[in-house]
Design a protein around this ligand. Structure first.
Ligand code: ATP
Length: 392
């Protein structure tokens, strides 16, 4: 009968807090081995900027190399959210005679009663808790007592604390800083840099946006997306905007366009503050709102200019920044467009972006009026702003 540790988490990315917790747990409890189980979709918290499972697994292998530890892909292979109780049941089938010790950090103990079938988890494994902050030990012992009879199944480790989180590391990398070497194994950091992980505008990230668009869209629309990204990048270079941000917005601007309309409406109602009722009245506008929500929630993009460029690429608005104008215009005159006069407009976009954009806004307004379609207030404001500028 062996003593097996099980350490689950998002590991997005793995850091030295994880490695030290694992090492101290193995030593103190004399464990024979430890299974590290990255979650495909964590059930207990949001997972912004979630790196693909295979990348997180590779980083875990680098971080734990040389330790008697196995990285398991069991949760990554299963569909749906990675509930711990399900994983433990499956592992019990594989290791029926062994005793399980489920390792968690202190933040997880405070929410443990919200985990699916947490009482069952405590039957399947002893829960072993490590502090994440200095002087947390006593508070954890207190919390343990609140589990009553089940508290016997919870062990609080006395460990040397490492105050670091994956969130801090991702934020530092995204902002262009190199995280403290006390926080993250250097092999893991090199891997992150090589693959461009957590850098929303690295070439690797752009490639992943393009691939996501490929999966989400039919051939014709995907080709349009590629054309918009190309032209947006060229216009960005011409006007001194950030080329990679322009391409990112280009790849993502239509990412939800083929999502069913009711799903888009639900997403808008849940995640966006929209005061203009006409936006809800015109389903052709939904995708610009839902694509911006997706860029933020699924791809972890926080850059306001990029999010606005996606959000307003259909309606326009008053006070658009350069990147917003570039995406709006690139969408209207992209290389796949074939309407009469488009080639000239495309060429002129490199000389006078505002003029071409104004022409597109006028054309759009005329068409909406002709078709008796509700017009978003933002489009009218955008038109008015151009008119007033012209007068000046
Ligand atoms: P994020 O910042 O993205 O929420 P995280 O740093 O908390 O991530 P996870 O992958 O969610 O990392 O954590 C996996 C497990 O490791 C959890 O049980 C968590 O409580 C624990 N843990 C994470 N960081 C530490 C740390 N610095 N010290 C001790 N335990 C930790």
């Amino acid at each position: 009968m062996g003593r097996i540790g099980i350490f689950g988490g998002t590991f997005n990315p793995v850091h030295k807090g994880h490695v030290r917790l694992c090492r101290q747990c193995m030593q103190q409890l004399s464990l024979d081995s430890m299974l590290i189980v990255p979650a495909k979709i964590p059930p207990h918290k949001d997972a912004p900027m979630l790196a693909p499972s295979r990348e997180r697994i590779e980083m875990l292998k680098l971080a734990f190399s040389g330790m008697p530890v196995e990285v398991s892909d069991i949760e990554c292979r299963l569909p749906g959210k990675s509930y711990t109780v399900r994983t433990l049941r499956l592992l019990k089938e594989q290791y029926p005679d062994d005793t399980f010790y489920l390792l968690i950090g202190s933040d997880m103990l405070y929410t443990f009663e919200q985990w699916r079938e947490y009482e069952e988890i405590l039957k399947l494994a002893c829960v072993v808790v490590g502090a994440r902050q200095e002087e947390e030990y006593r508070a954890l012992c207190q919390k343990r007592l609140s589990f009553g009879a089940l508290s016997d199944r919870i062990l609080i480790l006395r460990i040397e604390v490492t105050e670091v989180s994956s969130t801090e590391i991702r934020a530092q990398i995204a902002a262009g800083y190199s995280p403290d070497e006390d926080w993250i194994p250097k092999e893991v950091l090199s891997y992150i840099m090589e693959k461009g992980l957590y850098q929303p505008f690295s070439e690797a990230a752009l490639c992943s946006y393009e691939q996501s668009a490929r999966r989400a869209l039919r051939d014709k629309r995907f080709y349009h997306t590629q054309c918009v990204a190309k032209l947006a990048g060229e216009l960005a270079v011409c006007y001194g905007a950030d080329e990679r941000k322009a391409r990112a917005a280009g790849f993502l601007h239509d990412i939800t366009k083929e999502m069913p309309v009711p799903d888009q409406l639900k997403m808008m109602q849940e995640s966006a503050i929209i005061t203009d009722k006409s936006v809800f009245a015109n389903a052709n506008v939904y995708h610009s709102v839902t694509a911006a929500i997706t860029a933020r929630n699924r791809f972890g993009i926080e850059d306001t200019e990029v999010l606005h460029a996606i959000r307003y690429h259909t309606t326009g608005r008053a006070g658009m920044c350069l990147l917003e104008k570039i995406i709006y215009t690139a969408d209207a005159v992209s290389y796949d467009r074939t309407y009469k006069g488009v080639q000239l407009l495309r060429e002129e976009a490199f000389q006078d972006l505002d003029r071409v954009m104004f022409e597109v806004v006028q054309f759009t307004l005329k068409k909406l009026v002709k078709d008796s379609v509700p017009i978003a207030v933002d489009t009218v404001s955008c038109y008015n702003e151009f008119c007033l500028q012209k007068e000046k």
